[in-house]
Design a protein around this ligand. Sequence first.
Ligand SMILES: [Zn+2]
Length: 85
Amino acid sequence: MTCRICRNSENNTTYQAREMMFGLRTTFTYFQCAACKCLQIAEIPADIAPYNPQDYNGHVRPKNDYYSGVEGKFRKIRFLATLFT
Ligand SMILES: [Zn+2]
């Protein structure tokens, strides 16, 4: 895999990670560039719509009840876990 930032393709480390925020659990391959340390997805999905719902904005709290109720609390915990892993 070639780094999109510095074009290095030597000694990059790959990781497998599942999508957890929306509960789809799709496994994606990421790699970290050995030269510039950039972490990036290996292959950008052809259809990213399932991972970017219309009511989702990663920078603004959703306006609906996304984080309310029992399910919402689990969503919030799952979201916060993504920030610290
Ligand atoms: Zn790089």
